[in-house]
Design a protein around this ligand. Structure first.
Ligand code: AMP
Length: 189
């Protein structure tokens, strides 16, 4: 399975990524988790990346692409990928489409986890107890929601035009959302 998950921060992409990876015996790859791990590594190339993440701004494409390359290649050897957090802009989607063509990495489907902003505002502030700085500041949460609506939402049209998009109601428990996602994918694949 090669699946891209789209949704506002707090829509459950991480949770669904883990559940669906288990279901499909694929690898869950989260660009945000890779970036956070990269930051704690404190390697030279991480310089400056933390400022973007803490402010809720997008990290430059070349940083994200270079971090994702190896995990995606490894996942292709082992049952595919469930990609969470990438792509986030049309430019990233176009780069991803281009790279994927030669590698046999084109997604089978793109699942949009649809949920009202008001619900995720509550979820994200609740999640801040887990220690993510970008979840504990209301202004940063607003900025991440704004970036989703401005930069990421156009991807719905991009993938719908390519016949890849399924939309899933992402309210309810993780198990309910997983069941809806599997049903939507089954109807489509
Ligand atoms: P996430 O865990 O997906 O909410 O991502 C946390 C943060 O990592 C985002 O607010 C961005 O600062 C950065 N990030 C994650 N994925 C990307 C991406 N595809 N492009 C640019 N920045 C990203």
């Amino acid at each position: 399975m090669k699946l891209i998950l789209l949704g506002v921060p707090g829509s459950g992409k991480g949770t669904q990524g883990r559940l669906l990876a288990e279901h499909f015996r694929a690898t869950h790859i989260s660009s945000g988790e890779l970036l956070r791990a990269h930051l704690t590594d404190l390697t030279g190339s991480g310089t400056g990346v933390g400022e973007y993440v803490r402010a809720g701004e997008l990290v430059p494409d070349e940083v994200v692409l270079s971090l994702l390359h190896e995990p995606v290649m490894a996942a292709l050897e082992r049952g595919g990928y469930i990609l969470d957090g990438f792509p986030r802009t049309l430019a990233q989607a176009e780069l991803a489409t281009e790279h994927a063509l030669g590698l046999g990495a084109t997604p089978d489907a793109v699942a949009y986890l649809e949920i009202p902003d008001a619900t995720v505002r509550r979820r994200l502030l609740g999640r801040s107890a887990e220690g993510r700085l970008d979840d504990s500041d209301a202004a940063v949460i607003e900025r991440r929601l704004q970036i989703f609506h401005e930069a990421t939402q156009p991807l719905l049209g991009y993938y719908s035009d390519r016949g890849l998009l399924v939309t899933v109601d992402a309210s309810g428990t993780p198990e309910e959302v997983e069941a809806r996602t599997l049903a939507a994918l089954k109807a489509r694949l």
